[in-house]
Design a binder for this molecule. Sequence first.
Ligand SMILES: [Zn+2]
Ligand SMILES: [Zn+2]
Length: 334
Amino acid sequence: MTTTATRPVSPLPAAPANEIPMDPETGAPATVARKLDLPEGVRPYVYRWHVIIAIALIHLAAVPAFFPAFFSWSGVAVMVFGIYFWGMIGINVCYHRLLTHKGFVTPKWFEHVLAMIAVCNLEGTPAAWVAAHRRHHQHSDHQPDPHSPLVNFLWGHILWLFVENPHVDTAEGVKKYCVDLFRDPFYKSMEENKLWLLLYPAHAVLITALGFGVGLWSTGTTEGAWSLAWSWLFWGVFVRTVAVWHITWSVNSFTHTFGYRNYETDEDSRNNWWVAILSGGEGWHNNHHADQRAAAHGHKWWEFDLTYWTIRGFRAVGLAKELVQPKEWGERKI
Ligand SMILES: [Zn+2]
Ligand SMILES: [Zn+2]
């Protein structure tokens, strides 16, 4: 059953007018449903076993990292750097701010390189990710948002991935939201065959080989080389993949539940400082919902947004231009 509750009058500035539905009777921002049923169209008992098994296996594969035999501080460093490189650049810069929201412009070849980095997080193809996220923005915290925590917290975090939702996980559903991406043969081919999945083992082999090389150089023994190779594989690939997943999922669950709001938007998005730190800026999610195209999600001076500064870095070396600035800042593009 769906119930609604009217928001109390808020002192917050309203989000930019073109994005908030207003209640025709009160003239106030539309009410937010406090509890939602499963999104319309979801088949709650039709499981996506390939997703469930993949998520379970990668979580299991991360466990040996915590055995002393496979622990190394350099492995931990490779994981932390990997969260930034594969996760933040791949998911935040490419999938989210570039492909979903067109927050800036980049050369096509570079966009494709970024997309290949992104698929190494096993969060699906560019079009599938973009489709689910655009549908989330279209219906945020209302029916049929694919992953609102108003269904329940775990649904918003992970369970929505486990059951079929034809609107976001079938070819027709994805295409409906990604006509722009389907015009590009690169993204279209990723929807038509599974070759992109090979990038995951390929990048794992690369990281493991690098660990072997560094281990050989630093210890001078094959035994030392293998020891570091295994450590980099477990920390730099499996633990990192799990970390990036939970960081992405936390944006869907925690930042629609816990945190403060700068803008009175028509959903429950929040700015959550610890999600913002872990995710490199995606935690300033209320700002993002209020001004979706902006390449910067931190709007106040203290809302540090590493993803935005990375895009600024790309701009400095000529790989990004026409950055859409928050309306709050005035000038729209730099
Ligand atoms: Zn978004
Ligand atoms: Zn959201």
